[in-house]
Design a protein around this ligand. Structure first.
Ligand SMILES: Nc1ncnc2c1ncn2[C@@H]1O[C@H](COP(=O)(O)OP(=O)(O)O)[C@@H](O)[C@H]1O
Ligand SMILES: [Mg+2]
Length: 255
């Protein structure tokens, strides 16, 4: 497998009015093409900062980061799609136009772009909602549309920052199954940030555990369940053991 992301002793210090904030320290991490990685860590440990650096929305201050063949930083637009906790769809555009937004911000959408967008909507079961407005969709449906929007320009890296944190537990389970399927069908490289340890173990091939701020990697755990995941997995002893192993880090840091 070729690495898509290579972070070498990456660090980030925010300079603020009241002094420096070390958000990330010595983060060294390689993510292979097609891999699904989840990052878990306490609030404020720099998870969002890490995603923003990968998306070139924020510049690191230490070390080196590479995405594809390019070095991160310098404000170049990068080859990523991003899903946030809130769907942030534009209320005055229909779902199809919302999904096409990353394309239409750059140029006029072609019929081929529309086909791509409709294909993604079909993949998540929203083909009948292409002409609806966001407020006509449930929270879970809006988040599905946001995933389509993140994929429409065919980025090599899909970044998700607490994408299902605002949804109820049943919707969240359904979307986790869906994200697993989307990942398998699109062969994307994916990085998921989540507060939910079971969600991380359910979706990822590797879970990165971060320490409280300044965020450092304290453990990397391979998840040996193969690519296709079903909800029954969550009831197995092996699943519970992996969750317990990750949770132990946070019990220690909370003490
Ligand atoms: N733009 C910013 N300016 C100054 N400090 C920031 C900024 N963004 C985040 N921080 C600080 O950096 C740390 C990590 O933040 P963040 O990456 O959002 O953590 P997480 O997503 O893990 O909760 C926090 O202490 C936060 O207050
Ligand atoms: Mg965050």
């Amino acid at each position: 497998m070729r690495p898509l992301v290579e972070l070498d002793h990456l660090g980030k210090v925010y300079s603020t009015r009241t002094g420096d904030v070390v958000a990330l320290q010595d983060v060294s991490l390689t993510i292979d093409e097609g891999e699904f990685v989840a990052v878990v860590g306490p609030s404020g440990c720099g998870k969002t900062t890490l995603l923003k650096i990968l998306a070139n929305l924020e510049e690191h201050t230490h070390g080196v980061g590479i995405l594809g063949a390019k070095e991160l930083g310098g404000g170049r637009s990068s080859d990523v799609g991003m899903v946030f906790q809130k769907a942030t769809l534009l209320p005055w555009l229909d779902i199809l136009a919302n999904v096409l937004l990353p394309v239409t911000l750059e140029r006029r959408a072609t019929p081929a772009d529309k086909e791509t967008a409709l294909g993604l909507l079909r993949m998540v079961g929203l083909e009948d909602f292409a002409r609806k407005r966001p407020n006509e969709l449930s929270g879970g449906m809006q988040q599905r549309a946001a995933i389509c929007r993140a994929l429409v320009h065919e980025p090599s890296l899909l970044l998700m920052d607490e994408p299902f944190g605002a949804l109820d537990a049943m919707t969240r389970d359904a979307l986790n199954v869906e994200v697993n399927r989307i990942w398998r069908e699109t062969h994307k490289t994916a990085v998921l940030i989540t507060h939910s340890i079971p969600e991380a173990v359910f979706l990822a091939e590797r879970v990165i555990v971060m320490s409280p701020r300044p965020g450092r990697i304290v453990e990397e755990i391979s998840i040996p369940f193969g690519k296709e995941r079903t909800l029954e997995l969550m009831g197995t002893a092996e699943f519970a053991a992996l969750c317990a192993r990750i949770r132990r880090h946070f019990e220690v840091s909370a003490a």
